[in-house]
Write a protein that binds this ligand. Structure first.
Ligand code: N2P
Length: 397
């Protein structure tokens, strides 16, 4: 080959090499597509995840990793509203200690929270009070990623008017308010609110009964007895209910929301206005001497909820969410329901329980009773009228 031909050949080869190199650049720009496309179809998480976690790491990951659950949280709860071994179990499993403090009414709970920082990481308001708290911005939004057991809730408890989608609260237990009685001291079960509100001195239960220390519950019982809406905003009806309650005070030994079931069980009292599960629970200590009825006029039904008040630290919030998730486990939900004798909103827990619980008509009222039950509703500004009249009832001689 002649030298100039050789040079020409070298030049051609060189061009070819350069052209190939240039082409080689093209796949390099296409490469992300080539690796990304299969990632999206084939193994979306496996191939894409590393990139996804790598890229945003500087902004997001460190913050999430920094939050460790608090090692102690305080729950503000109703009394006798937990199986005591639940706290031990949670501590054993997570290292987080749960300390409990108690309140006796929704109004006390609300006032306490409105009074400023409490240190509580969990609270248990009833439906209408959860509504007020959500409305007033008093609750933290729940991070559902930390509560995967939400899937165990019976669907109807994900659609409650006060918190659709469980954005702020998780239903804890639900129940009814009626009359408990000592079946050794009373031959026939009570049938009407009249026996409390119109008790005569000759009645054996006169002076041996209590009303709940609870403004909305007591007004509900009186209003329902009078045939009115238990959430009425009619002041004349409320006044009538107030007079009825004042008239009943003489035959009532006190307003009590915490020990009334024991007073009936021990025989000190004969009747009590109270919550279904409390009477059933007390029966474990008093050999089944306590009965419970829903008066013929009807009564109230309520759903209590576990929620996180605003102002908790991220560590407390995480620990609180872990406790909520624990509660929603089938075994723990069953432990809670079994001990308290209240109805569980946890479908997976109920599925593990026996018919003593699931077929108990006091826990799960039959349709004809359900039809007579009413929720206590939030009343906005009008709530203060109930409160004023309640104060008048309390101070009346
Ligand atoms: C439990 C009280 C039941 C709560 N002792 C009523 N909302």
């Amino acid at each position: 080959m002649q030298r100039k031909h050789l040079l020409a050949l070298i030049a051609i080869l060189l061009i070819a090499v350069l052209a190939l190199a240039a082409c080689g650049g093209a796949p390099a720009t296409e490469a992300p597509k080539a690796t990304k496309a299969p990632a999206a179809t084939k193994a979306p998480k496996a191939t894409e995840a590393p990139k996804a976690t790598e890229a945003p790491k500087p902004t997001k990951a460190p913050k999430e990793e920094a939050v460790k659950p608090a090692d102690e949280i305080v729950i503000y709860n109703w009394s006798d509203y937990v199986a005591p071994e639940m706290y031990d179990k949670f501590k054993e499993e997570t290292g987080i200690k749960v300390v409990e403090d108690n309140f006796s009414s929704n109004e006390d709970l609300l006032a306490k929270l409105q009074g400023g920082s409490t240190g509580y990481a969990l609270i248990v308001p009833s439906d209408y009070t959860a509504y007020i708290m959500i409305d007033q911005g008093m609750l933290e939004e729940l991070d559902h990623d930390n509560i995967p057991n939400l899937k165990n809730l019976d669907e109807q408890f994900t659609k409650m008017y006060y918190d659709p989608g469980n954005k702020y609260c998780v239903p804890y237990l639900w129940g009814t308010t009626g009359i408990g009685y000592n079946n050794q001291l009373l031959d026939t079960p009570p049938t009407s609110w009249e026996q409390i509100f119109k008790a005569q001195e000759s009645d054996p239960w006169y002076g041996r009964m209590t009303l709940l220390d609870d403004v909305r519950e007591v007004f509900s019982a009186a209003l329902i007895y009078l045939g009115y809406d238990n959430n009425t905003k009619d002041e004349a009806q409320l006044e009538e209910a107030k007079q009825l309650i004042i008239g009943a005070k003489k035959g009532v030994s006190g307003f009590d929301s915490d020990t009334y079931e024991d007073l009936v069980g021990s025989g000190e009292n004969i009747l009590a206005h109270g919550w279904n599960g409390d009477f059933l629970q007390a029966n474990d200590d008093y050999d089944g001497v306590i009965g419970y009825v829903m008066p013929k006029e009807g009564g109230t039904i309520w759903i209590d909820n576990i929620c996180i008040p605003k102002g908790v630290s991220p560590e407390q919030k995480l620990a609180a969410e872990q406790y909520i998730n624990f509660l929603l486990r089938p075994d723990v939900g069953a432990m809670l329901a079994d001990y308290t004798y209240y109805a569980s909103p946890n479908k997976a827990a109920i599925a593990t329980m026996d018919s003593d619980y699931t077929d108990n008509p006091i826990i799960f009222p039959p349709a004809e009773v359900r039809a007579k039950l009413h929720l206590i509703k939030p009343l906005g500004e009008f709530e203060s009228v109930y409160q004023r009249m309640w104060d008048e009832i309390k101070s009346a001689q």
